[in-house]
Design a protein around this ligand. Structure first.
Ligand code: MLT
Length: 267
């Protein structure tokens, strides 16, 4: 890993912020937006493979990883704006490759909505474009309340079995360990704010039709959270988009199958 840097910036509401950012490689910038309840470490295996071709830039989103504890609520548009500020600091005036997994994919869609003209290519992985229905929003609000009442660990634990395929669990202990480290070091407030922000996110499906940059959608065949159909629905809307499905992964395709994922990106 080339470096971990702290980037200082003014956020969408004019507040001063600091974001820890993992950076490696050289070439055209590739912004990597992590999922929930994770952090930039989830990208390390992929960054090792893509660094010869790209300047990989992976921030810890608000409240996650090394990022300071988040005391106020936010919208996913705030996270997209934070990511834009990070890119302006590290790779100003460059056309961007944008990649987001799950919650990071939701943020990538908000990034496209606000800053799409500065993006060259997009990868959406293990994510969905539709907004939550009322039942899912209710579960998210309950999860947020649970996290604040009972703590992060108890709240995120049930998610663990949904994230990795059986094959990964049996054959890739370092991915399992890394995932546990990320999940079980997440903060209760981060769980709560992220759940509320995801519950309130707008539907991005209609906007996809206006994207005019090459887009690659990637799914894990065994993903119970954002199954291949969710990625297919995205690919169907974006002119010229393509979809690839990894037979060996569940929800964490870049972490579970980094060689396969890197070869799809480089293809
Ligand atoms: C994620 O992996 O980022 C989350 O599962 C997304 C979600 O809860 O919708």
């Amino acid at each position: 890993m080339r470096s971990e840097q702290w980037i200082e910036f003014l956020d969408r509401r004019g507040e001063r912020r600091r974001a820890p950012v993992r950076i490696s490689g050289s070439g055209q910038p590739l912004l990597l937006l992590h999922g929930y309840p994770l952090d930039s470490r989830m990208w390390v295996p992929l960054m090792e493979r893509l660094s010869p071709r790209f300047l990989c830039i992976a921030p810890d989103l608000r409240g996650f990883g090394e990022s300071p504890e988040e005391r106020l609520g936010y919208e996913l548009d705030d996270l997209a704006f934070d990511a834009r500020r990070v890119i302006e600091a590290i790779a100003p005036n460059s056309q961007l490759n944008l990649c987001g997994l799950s919650m990071g994919g939701y943020v990538a869609m908000r990034y496209m909505s606000a800053f799409g003209e500065s993006v060259d290519r997009v990868i959406l992985t293990n994510t969905r474009a539709n907004a939550d229905d009322a039942a899912t929003q209710k579960v998210r609000r309950e999860t947020a309340a649970d996290a604040l009442k009972h703590g992060a660990e108890q709240t995120v634990a049930p998610m663990l079995t949904k994230l990795l395929s059986q094959r990964t669990v049996e054959s890739n202990p370092s991915a399992v360990d890394l995932l546990k480290q990320m999940m079980f070091s997440s903060k209760a407030s981060s769980i709560a704010w992220a759940q509320l922000a995801m519950a309130n996110r707008p539907d991005s499906l209609l906007e996809l039709a206006s994207w005019n940059c090459p887009t690659l959608c990637i799914a894990g065949a065994d993903d119970p959270i954002t199954p291949p159909e969710a990625l297919q629905a995205i690919a169907n809307r974006i002119p010229g988009a393509s979809i690839r499905i990894d037979p060996n992964s569940a929800h964490m395709t870049p972490l579970e199958s980094p060689d396969w994922f890197a070869s799809q990106v480089l293809d």
